[in-house]
Design a binder for this molecule. Structure first.
Ligand code: UD1
Ligand code: CA
Length: 462
């Protein structure tokens, strides 16, 4: 007996007015649809997830890859039609199927599990998740009979004045006996103002067939929010941000002005961390204890070690080991691995490079495609010249190397341990162990040049 989940994500999201298909739109820098798949995976009861794709389907498939099965809805003829196109993929009709829209990122696994349990325990043929909203406009309204039983769902633009006053709405989540789903869908039509096959019409069809239909009421109504436009998106984002920040603060993460701090859904932060304003930490980042992050810092898919201080900086796909300081105005990217007790200071960029213990680049340096040992000092303006316009080349720097200011190291190059590079050098040859390398024009002082020139110029004027 297999349990399926069907996520509807083929629509364009016309009301968003964005290029990106709606369900791919990010919330806290993660696509909406990824939240839904993750929540379903966490709800242990699902065996197979089918995602209905259509409009710009490759964008959705590039996000979810092969974590799910895809059904293609070539023309978006409505939510009912979207479910119909999954029929060929459903091989086991004995269990239940949960259907949910791809624009509902706040729904959590706990709610999905409860709805499925209620459906099973009460032996419903279909369970609809409903909620009450202060402003129900845009949502399908729940019409009940005198005894309180669900009669029908009436879409906002089909509803009369009295129906529009109803504040109980369809969340778009349904649990249904798989064996009944497709036969019931065959009976819905598109005789409505949008000429679409509405999934909501399945209620009426199943009622007419004497099926047992029940509702599951969701108390925290904001979790059922459907993201139809960018305003709804901003509200959902701030709810999610508050939820995440609250639980982090309660677990011992200090936040200064938390409304300005955005932490992604999959970020892990240990206790005794301080986060300063205007900071984003996203992706699968991990922040170890004692770290201080921000203000004005972005960290994405990165690991920040214990007691690291990272201020006014960008850190992408990188690792900073413990007791190091980063910033202000540093940029670490593409697999930078900073050793313990480093100092990566003002206007320093590190790309695809590793540094050893106690290495320092305090100001204005570029370190790209380099392997650097311990106790290395990069002077102000030291640069790895790693790119000739076509290819990238490696720089290797041994332990205890001192690089003076304004040094260009033209890669590929190997600077062996204990060397000293004179300021202003442009190196294009390897430097053997323990050497002093000087590669610059020597200074010439032309004495009395200014006085003599002035005398010459004065003579010409006369
Ligand atoms: C839908 C419900 C409404 C409910 C609301 C909850 C219908 C007819 N209406 O309205 O009762 O209150 O959700 O948020 O079901 N989609 C497809 N193919 C299509 C059409 C839509 O895959 O042909 C997908 C969309 O990508 C979206 C989801 O289905 O993820 C819901 O579609 P949307 O247009 O947002 O429906 P609502 O108007 O919000
Ligand atoms: Ca919607």
């Amino acid at each position: 007996m297999k349990k399926y989940a069907i996520i509807l994500a083929a629509g364009k999201g016309t009301r968003m007015k964005t290029e990106l298909p709606k369900c791919a739109y990010p919330i806290l820098r993660k696509p909406m649809i990824a939240y839904i798949v993750e929540n379903l995976r966490n709800a242990s009861l699902i065996d197979e997830i089918i995602v209905v794709v259509g409009h710009k389907r490759q964008v959705i498939q590039d996000i979810l890859l092969d974590a799910v099965t895809y059904a293609c809805q070539e023309d978006q003829l409505g939510t009912g039609h979207a479910v119909m196109v999954t029929e060929g993929l459903i091989s086991d009709l004995d269990g239940d199927t949960i259907i949910l829209p791809g624009d509902m990122p706040l729904v959590n696994s706990c709610l999905l599990e409860s709805a499925m349990r209620e459906h099973h325990d009460r032996r419903h043929d279909l369970t609809l998740v409903t909620t009450k909203l202060d402003d129900p406009s845009g949502y399908g309204r729940i019409v009940r009979n005198e005894s309180g039983y669900l009669e029908a769902i009436i879409e906002h633009h089909e509803a009369n004045y009295a129906q529009k006053m109803i504040d109980e709405v369809n969340t778009g989540i349904y649990v249904v006996k798989t064996s009944l789903l497709f036969n019931s869908l065959k009976k819905i039509d598109n005789n409505n103002s949008k000429s679409e096959y509405y999934l909501t019409d399945i209620i009426k069809v199943m009622k007419d067939d004497n099926c047992v239909i029940g509702t599951y009421h969701l108390k925290e109504s904001y979790k059922a929010m459907g993201i139809n436009d960018l305003y709804a998106l901003s509200i959902a984002e701030s709810r999610l941000r508050n939820d995440i920040n609250k639980s982090l603060m309660r677990s011992g993460v200090a936040m200064i002005n938390p409304d300005t701090i955005t932490i992604g859904h999959n970020v892990k932060i240990e206790e005794n961390v301080i986060i300063h304003p205007n900071t984003y930490i996203t992706g699968n980042s991990v922040i170890h204890k004692g770290a201080q992050i921000g203000p004005n810092t972005e960290i994405h898919e990165s690991i920040i070690g214990e007691n690291v201080i990272c201020r006014l900086s960008l850190v992408y796909n990188s690792t900073v080991n413990k007791d190091s300081t980063v910033g202000p105005f540093a940029h670490l990217r593409d697999g930078a691995i900073i050793g313990e007790k480093n100092r990566i200071g003002n206007f320093v960029e590190v790309k695809k490079s590793t540094t050893g213990f106690n290495t320092k680049a305090s100001h204005l340096a570029y370190i790209g495609d380099a392997t650097i040992g311990k106790n290395v000092n990069f002077g102000c303006g030291a640069i790895t010249v790693n790119y000739d316009g076509k290819n990238k080349y490696q720089t290797t720097i041994g332990d205890d190397v001192f690089i003076g200011c304004n040094v260009n190291m033209i890669a590929p190059i190997n600077i062996e341990e204990g060397s000293l590079i004179a300021a202003g050098s442009t190196l294009n040859k390897n430097v053997p162990k323990g050497s002093l390398a000087i590669a610059r024009a020597f200074q010439v002082n032309k004495e009395n040049y200014i006085r003599d020139k002035k005398n010459r110029d004065d003579g010409e004027e006369k």
